[in-house]
Design a binder for this molecule. Structure first.
Ligand code: IVH
Length: 676
């Protein structure tokens, strides 16, 4: 092949590769297999190696360049301004009133766009070729990060119509790291023992400022383009048309942009996106509302700080910093010691957060949370708040690493952390804190369902020595209760009656109520269904117990150990003597707690396969359906959920994350998943 032929073939190959990049990275609808794409790239690389003078900067082979020493300062074509902020609908109305005063008689239509929480960048194209990309910097002068931006495959190196011939084009966009790749990256960093990033934004910021573009290239970055800041003679009339032109030219624009004819539609869009923010695959911290007409943009102009034709509607913050005032260790019903950070109260997305679980010793050590530390806490969606990281720069000089107690903070008994387990346990079976937790669980709605046996009552019963085990509950008298705080004749009678009424609960409930390690609602149901009587379960061997489908070796051993314990047998005997029914009654009440409930599963769950989850639901009397409708009771949302999660949101069906689902089916944290 001579030089002319090579030049011809190189040009064809580049064109094809650009097109496939566009289809893959921008449109997410590839037309060829990865192997075919790789073959095109290889052919191009071979030809370029033979004819090095034919290599150009915009060749797909040149996406990942060599090391850079420093990022040169570059002046933007037009200043990169900030945006004015709104937090309430009234602020948006005020915005419209303001632009109405500036352009009397003007009528406004708008474009709404997610405000992606990433890094603003300016991209420069000369005659359709990417020549330079820069960070925002101070707004006037940014840093030249061209080699790093080249590695982002959704940034086109060569533009198509209608922007291919523009002599000097500057566009703005937001570089971001989508959530799932971010989580993968953090997991990989953690496994490699390296520092993780607090959020996708920090990860993206770190990636674009790498001195080695090959590192940036391995970071899963993406970009949405949302503004043309410099272009001569394009003749576009509106922002909406601008977005269409950007898209046609090969840029990736946000698919959730919407044109709104009036402010009410803008307000509705903001509310909708705030509600849906967790379903986006990137972090968005608000909505950018832009006047659509470019003529109006020019007439409204800008302040030194922000354009007057746009405003950012900010979502309620879900991350905040606050101070750890203390770390308390709480005792669970099986004796597990859980450290809890007591925080200076802070509001997160409308809820005041005072406590946050630190889970276990390893978790505290990994995050190195200390009393006095300032921490970043997050509460995303319906999820329980957690500590993202410590702001070490604000650590008081005397803060010491947290030392996990080696004795139970409630009873002073010996605490022990078995080898290979994450949790410390109080080994004192008479520990009052454990007893309180066990009694609370015993009376809870999904166990013996004893009304009026609340937390405060349980505390008093244990503290006054009236109840030392479950059986004592059934011997309480109205007179005894009258000596307790806040009890009157009527309330005392109510509690005694409620306890008496619990005697005839189904066997599954009783088994669950006993708080046997690894036996939650589901296992309790399985055992009750198989054996029908408590004494039969107590008499069963580990092998016999293990034969029940869904009862593994560990569970069988735990059950067997429980019934072998003399103290436990004594309590059971006394329970029976107080009239607690210890066999499956004929009319099975509550044995199918999910009966009549319809579930839909979407996404993958971390600890269960789809089939196991299905079995769990069916086993408890529930139904599993393939699609979400108004009749659906719960949608279980795993990782990478499909459109069913959107349907659930739209139809306002209750959504459960994995933890909530496991709790519902009785496999929540305290029951254990066999991993402890
Ligand atoms: S428009 C003149 N649109 O938010 C153009 N900005 O606080 C002004 N941002 O620095 C920006 N998504 O980095 C615009 N759809 C969007 C945006 C967006 C995110 C960022 C941008 C800007 C910051 C303003």
């Amino acid at each position: 092949m001579d030089r002319a032929e090579a030049a011809q073939r190189i040009s064809e190959l580049r064109e094809q590769i650009h097109r496939h990049d566009y289809l893959y990275y921008v449109e997410a609808r590839p037309e060829i297999a990865d192997a075919e794409y790789d073959a095109l790239m290889r052919e191009l690389a071979v030809l370029e190696a033979r004819f090095p003078d034919l290599v150009t900067e915009d060749s797909p082979t040149q996406r990942v360049g060599g090391q850079v020493d420093a990022f040169r300062p570059v002046e933007h074509r037009a200043a990169m301004l900030s945006l004015d902020n709104a937090t309430r609908a009234e602020d948006l109305r005020e915005f419209e009133a303001r632009i109405g005063r500036a352009l009397p008689g003007g009528r406004f239509t708008y474009v709404c766009e997610p405000k992606v929480d990433g890094l603003g960048v300016a991209l420069l194209y000369e005659r359709g070729r990417f020549v330079r990309g820069a960070t925002r910097g101070d707004g006037r002068v940014g840093e030249d990060i061209t080699p790093n931006l080249r590695t982002i495959r959704s940034i086109p190196m060569v533009l198509r119509r209608p922007l291919e011939a523009v002599a000097d084009l500057e566009v703005r966009g937001e570089v971001f790291m989508p959530r799932r790749p971010f989580e993968r990256l953090n997991r990989a960093l953690e496994e490699a023992g390296e520092a993780t990033f607090a959020n996708p934004r920090n990860a993206a910021a770190g990636a674009v400022r790498q001195k080695d573009p090959s590192v940036t290239a391995r970071r899963p970055l993406d970009i949405f383009i949302y503004h043309v800041s410099h272009a001569e003679g394009l003749g576009l009339g509106s922002h909406w048309e601008t977005l269409a032109a950007l898209r046609a030219a090969g840029f990736k624009t946000n698919p959730r942009v919407e044109k709104c004819g009036a402010l009410d539609a803008v307000i509705a869009y903001c509310a909708r996106l705030e509600r849906d923010r967790d379903a986006l695959d990137y972090d968005a911290d608000g909505v950018v509302v832009k006047v659509d007409s470019l003529q109006q943009h020019r007439r409204l102009g800008s302040t030194t700080h922000h354009p007057r034709w746009a405003i950012a509607f900010k979502f309620a913050a879900r991350q905040a910093t606050t101070v750890v005032e203390a770390i308390e260790v709480q005792v669970g019903k099986t004796g597990i010691l859980t450290p809890v950070a007591k925080l200076t109260p802070v509001e997160l997305a409308g809820v005041v957060i005072r406590n946050v679980s630190l889970h276990n010793e390893d978790e505290i050590r990994r995050k190195d949370v200390r009393v006095g530390d300032t921490v970043l806490v997050e509460r995303a969606g319906d999820v329980i708040p957690y500590v993202v990281q410590v702001i070490t720069a604000r650590r008081p000089p005397r803060a010491r690493p947290f030392a996990f107690p080696t004795s139970c903070p409630a009873c002073g008994g010996v605490a022990f952390r078995p080898q290979g387990e994450a949790y410390w346990r109080c080994m004192n079976s008479a520990c009052p804190a454990q007893l309180k937790e066990r009694l609370r669980h015993f009376g809870s709605r999904r166990a013996m369902d004893i009304e009026h046996l609340g937390e405060v009552v349980v505390d008093q019963l244990v503290d006054k020595g009236l109840v030392k085990d479950f059986a004592d509950l059934y011997n309480l008298s109205v007179d005894q209760l009258l000596h307790l705080e806040r009890f009157a004749e009527k309330s005392a009678r109510n509690l005694v009656d409620a306890i008496a009424a619990s005697r005839t609960r189904a066997l599954g409930r009783l088994l669950n109520a006993l708080g046997i390690r690894l036996v939650g609602e589901r296992v309790a149901q399985l055992l009750a269904a198989r054996f029908g009587r408590l004494d039969a379960i107590a008499a069963a061997s580990v092998e016999e117990l293990g034969e029940v489908h869904g009862v593994g070796r560990q569970i069988a051993e735990s059950v067997s150990r429980f019934f072998a314990d003399k103290a436990n047998r004594r309590v059971l005997k006394r329970l029976a003597a107080s009239g607690v029914v210890m066999r499956e009654p004929d009319a099975v009440e509550g044995a199918r707690p999910l009966s009549g409930k319809t579930f839909v599963l979407t996404g993958s769950l971390a600890t269960l396969s789809r089939d196991t989850a299905k079995d769990l639901i069916l086993g408890l009397g529930g139904r599993v359906s393939g699609s979400v409708s108004k009749k659906t009771d719960y949608v279980v949302v795993g990782e990478a959920p499909g459109s069913k999660a959107d349907d659930a949101r739209r139809l306002r069906v209750t959504m459960l994350d994995e933890a909530a689902f496991l709790t519902l089916v009785g496999k929540g944290a305290e029951e254990g998943t066999g991993q402890r």
